[in-house]
Write a protein that binds this ligand. Sequence first.
Ligand code: FAD
Length: 251
Amino acid sequence: MIPPAFEYTCPTSVDEAVRALADAGDEAKVLAGGQSLLPLLRLRLAFPELVVDVGRIPELRGVREDGDTLVIGAMTTHHDVVHDPLVRRHAGLLAEATATVADPAVRHRGTLGGSLAHADPAGDLPAVVLALDAELVVAGPRGRRTVAAREFFVDYLQSALTPDELLVEVRIPKTDGWSFHYEKFHPVAQAWAIVGVAALVRRDDGHIAEARIGLTNMGATPLRATAAEAALDHYVEIGFAGFANIVDAVG
Ligand SMILES: Cc1cc2nc3c(=O)[nH]c(=O)nc-3n(C[C@H](O)[C@H](O)[C@H](O)COP(=O)(O)OP(=O)(O)OC[C@H]3O[C@@H](n4cnc5c(N)ncnc54)[C@H](O)[C@@H]3O)c2cc1C
């Protein structure tokens, strides 16, 4: 299928990109890795007048530390997230879950910011950033604002971004020393999740001091399993069989 005609611009700074979005009103779309947007254009499910390609803005790529926080540029590809030593050390859950996204070809093009802005509840990474208590930094014509992951995913394929805003970076509190796992149920290898669970546990002296659980594809948005988290908090170390019993008990 051939996409509808559109104007194309390729800014080299965040300010330039935001200006292009603001000038176009509701008629523009940001292009990141294109792994979700291009199929939508080809199927003629989206008709933007302008496509703003943010692939040449150096500020949007890479991973850095800011004290106890890991900062990941929105245009950092899934491949780079999986292999980044800082992500593996300080946000291992994100590296583990990102390695389950699609196949190597998609992971080389698709980006963390694109996956979050797309707000697909079947995507693996929205539930993961929710469980990690991440914050998302957004740039718009009125300046920058920070949105908690809990408030970012508004509805099915709908985020808190307005049409003139650009997701710039994702800020993740470091989870050094936490145990974590992303379990994805999918019918064939390298496919979308039917359901997925992102779990993190901080232990303290044989107890679970804090548990966080994000759920993939179990609602219109990614969800936190707050009842299961509350049941696990302060629970004495129980091993995996005990954990499974609790999850059964709280449904
Ligand atoms: C075959 C295939 C299999 C896949 N399997 C999986 C899977 O198993 N798990 C999974 O999680 N994902 C999967 N994906 C999706 C993949 O993760 C995409 O990379 C992701 O959904 C979109 O990222 P992108 O960078 O390609 O964004 P794009 O497609 O470029 O953009 C997606 C949307 O987000 C908006 N957007 C992008 N970046 C920004 C930004 N910085 N600020 C504001 N808006 C922005 C765009 O305007 C568009 O609406 C799959 C994709 C394909 C093609």
